[in-house]
Design a binder for this molecule. Sequence first.
Ligand code: NAP
Length: 511
Amino acid sequence: MDFSYSNKPMNELDDFSRAVEAFLQKQDWTPTRFGRELAGDPQFVFDLREGREPRSDTRERISEAMRKFADNRTLPPLKVGVAGLGTVGAALVDMLQQGAGNLERKHGRRIEVVSVCARSRSRDRGVDIGEYQWFDDPVALAASNEIDLFVELIGGEDGPALAAVRAALDAGRPVVTANKALLAKHGVDLSRRAEQTGAYIGFEAAVAGGIPVIKTLREGMGAATVSRVYGIMNGTCNYILTRMGEEDISFQDCLSDAQALGYAEADPTFDVEGFDTAHKLALLSSLCFGSEIAADEIFVEGITAITQADINVARDLGYKIKLLGIAQRSSEGIEQRVHPTFVPESSAIARVDDVLNAVALETDHIQELLLAGPGAGGLATAASVLADILDIARGHNVPPLGVPTSELVPYLRAPMRTHEGGYYIRLNVRDVPGALAAITRRLGENAISLESVIQRPDLRADSAQAGEENTRTLVLITQETLESSVRAALEKVADDGFTTGAPQVIRIESF
Ligand SMILES: NC(=O)c1ccc[n+]([C@@H]2O[C@H](COP(=O)([O-])OP(=O)(O)OC[C@H]3O[C@@H](n4cnc5c(N)ncnc54)[C@H](OP(=O)(O)O)[C@@H]3O)[C@@H](O)[C@H]2O)c1
């Protein structure tokens, strides 16, 4: 703090001290809050009271901040109740405590956390929650007339999160949530409730953490028609696939490291099997195509079966493997799919590595818009929650799903078998004469043309490891073809008995 002896007449300092004390009394602020928010030093008022004299430029700066504060106080503070004080909730409370003054100066309205709720009242969360009213029950907090806005950071598709969000909306209270599972299942119903009571639902943090993709889609796309949305929306999977590619280590080893580093849950099923990505894709898809949320209609394949051989072949062919969520219009309806994908190494999405997320939008006006950044983590996610809170503080209100629920069209699923694209197929083939000819014949019968056939000694190790001594590993790259043709051909190949085990099939996406 820039204290020093000042030769200003004492009455100026006295006036300043009196102005500070009057401000504290009028605004009912603690000295610490004044110091933190207007002086940049929590000790400022205590030091002032003890006779330490701030320099004249410091006094002027603080006097100006007090004046601005008084000018801006046309709107009452927005009183916020936060349910869930875990990774995101605690980061949000901390962010609001540290930055409330700046936010108010910038946005013209004070944001105040007034009540909080979690399971354990005594748990140390690294933030001081002593000033706030405590609720054991999130529903009671959501229904409390003491708050203007309810923030749900509990998680889970049903249970207390759902009950509390419903209670807030039914009371006409806006809600901000980071809960993709809840919205993927109940988003349309909750949006309808919000419309009925004039409430608002902000869920920027629910998709790709810190990336402002919801606002972009809801408000930033103007009249553009989206033809395809795709993205890397799970940091755990991206981290694992990136490390497998860079360090030639197995899926299991990468997963263990991700768990040790806190990037993966103790039970990683939800992430690595693709369900987390599917929830986010369902929300994006609804916003892009104006259709009802259809999370149960998504084709989902995770990354657990990806081997180093797959990653190495991809690299040699100029691709990387990424877990993508993709939704696109086709002549059959809307295709929604989550699966490991060969993406050209030269594409922008291929360069989104480690725990980063990215969402790409293709529209009739813009060839491709790619938003990339941190997809998770307390700070990044809380920043998106806060962006929604600030929108609400400014009186912002748009339909949660971009259009009124009455205008959402029913979701028309394009069956996966009608998907068209290139395919990477890895087979364990018995080392007997005629096997390769039989396989290529089956592909030909199903109108599948091959772009390349790869048989390399290093791939053989893969089948030997799997206990298949008398097999060779064969990789086929197809030209664009129908999913139904690939499935039919591989069924016949299996029936012919020249292969062992299940084939590995990875879709190739072109951009
Ligand atoms: N973490 C991320 O990076 C991230 C990113 C994007 C979105 N999200 C979403 O944000 C939400 C919160 O995630 P998180 O990682 O912060 O979760 P978390 O660390 O597990 O925290 C959950 C919080 O909810 C509280 N809670 C659980 N059940 C409760 C109940 N019945 N009543 C009251 N409080 C209850 C817990 O209380 P206790 O602390 O007392 O146990 C805890 O404070 C989830 O929907 C998640 O999907 C998280």
